[in-house]
Write a protein that binds this ligand. Structure first.
Ligand SMILES: [Zn+2]
Length: 343
């Protein structure tokens, strides 16, 4: 019932006359959306369907939103340019093949700027991300019960059905996110052994990446590429030297492979504890012009202090939430929650 009401009322509240009144009080916010996986026909991976992505972009065009680049948003926060009030920006993280083959052409079709954050080790074909490895192991084990021992803890995982496996994936990922990033390879190997799965050295389907040739081709058509670390390890769980290598190394690789990379960093997993002042200082020292996180929220005139932790919304898989994030409704929601969390 609540869902149905939301479905009925969100488009009404987001309509032009109501928006005009509400934004005169709340001001305008610019959402930056992030996309991870794209649903591929015939493959079991979850993600945004190409049709849904098209519907979102079509909605924005029909409602007179302006597509703006991440670089322009940073320019506006530095008071170098002024953006139209109804602006929206899109980013995509990681560098999986279907993102380049399916999503990027849709953005080009709509003339919508896209910033594509790349894990350089993935494109160099020398690794695939640890979180993808966890998913692959859990999806490919024939075991219905796996026991993972690490440090002083034991993780007991039942893998009998789809739900069990989804929960197990989340549980292991959450455990790993809290660990020292240097010990991830060991725990992944232990998990593969416990699950009796042979882990491929290079990424198998559906975790194959695009290659540099494809990146160059997309860049020539207007897609901007930017660094998302070399290995996708959580920077705050690394020592300073390794964190520096992840940031500076991934930028240098992009610089050597592409003609016009964007010097904006995307923190791996990007939650509030995944980076901090140490990482922001490295970025500033290395003349990065900004950085994006995965904290939800939109950007407004007061966001200049957030240049190195710009908030982003995960692109929702339904139109109601998408319309809400693009409109004043989410700002009202955010302001309400924020004011009540201060009490
Ligand atoms: Zn990522």
């Amino acid at each position: 019932m609540k869902k149905l009401l939301k479905k009925l009322f969100v488009p009404l509240l987001a309509s032009a006359p109501v928006s005009a009144i509400a934004t005169s009080f709340l001001g305008h916010g610019i959402p930056i959306f992030m996309i991870h996986r794209i649903k591929v026909e015939g493959q079991s991976n979850s993600g945004i369907s190409p049709d849904h992505l098209r519907r979102c972009l079509r909605y924005l065009k029909d409602k007179d939103y302006t597509f703006v680049s991440l670089e322009d948003i940073i320019g506006s926060l530095n008071n170098q340019i002024t953006l139209p009030k109804k602006s929206v920006s899109f980013t995509m993280d990681d560098g999986f093949l279907e993102q380049a083959e399916i999503a990027a052409p849709i953005f080009l079709e709509f003339n919508c700027p896209l910033t594509f954050f790349i894990i350089t080790g993935l494109l160099d074909q020398i690794l695939w991300p640890w979180d993808a490895q966890v998913s692959w192991i859990i999806d490919n084990t024939n075991k219905n019960h796996v026991v993972l021992k690490f440090e002083d803890e034991i993780l007991n995982m039942i893998l009998g059905n789809k739900n069990n496996r989804r929960n197990a994936r989340e549980e292991i990922r959450n455990v790993i996110k809290e660990m020292n990033s240097e010990s991830i390879p060991e725990i992944i190997n232990n998990l593969a052994d416990a699950a009796d799965v042979q882990l491929p050295i290079t990424a198998p389907n559906p975790y194959k990446s695009l290659n540099w040739e494809m990146a160059r081709e997309l860049e020539s058509k207007g897609i901007r590429f930017a660094p998302h670390s070399m290995t996708h390890r959580i920077l705050s769980k690394l020592n300073k030297k390794s964190a520096e290598e992840e940031i500076i190394g991934s930028w240098k690789i992009l610089e050597s492979e592409l003609s016009n990379p964007l010097k904006v960093f995307c923190y791996p997993t990007g939650r509030v504890l995944d980076f901090g002042p140490r990482e922001i200082n490295i970025l500033k020292k290395e003349s990065f012009i900004g950085a994006v996180a995965t904290l939800p929220g939109s950007v407004d005139n007061n966001s200049a202090a957030l240049l190195y932790c710009l908030p982003r919304f995960e692109l929702p898989d339904n139109m109601t939430d998408f319309i809400q994030y693009c409109s004043w409704i989410e700002r009202a929601n955010h302001n309400y929650l924020f004011s009540h969390s201060q009490i």
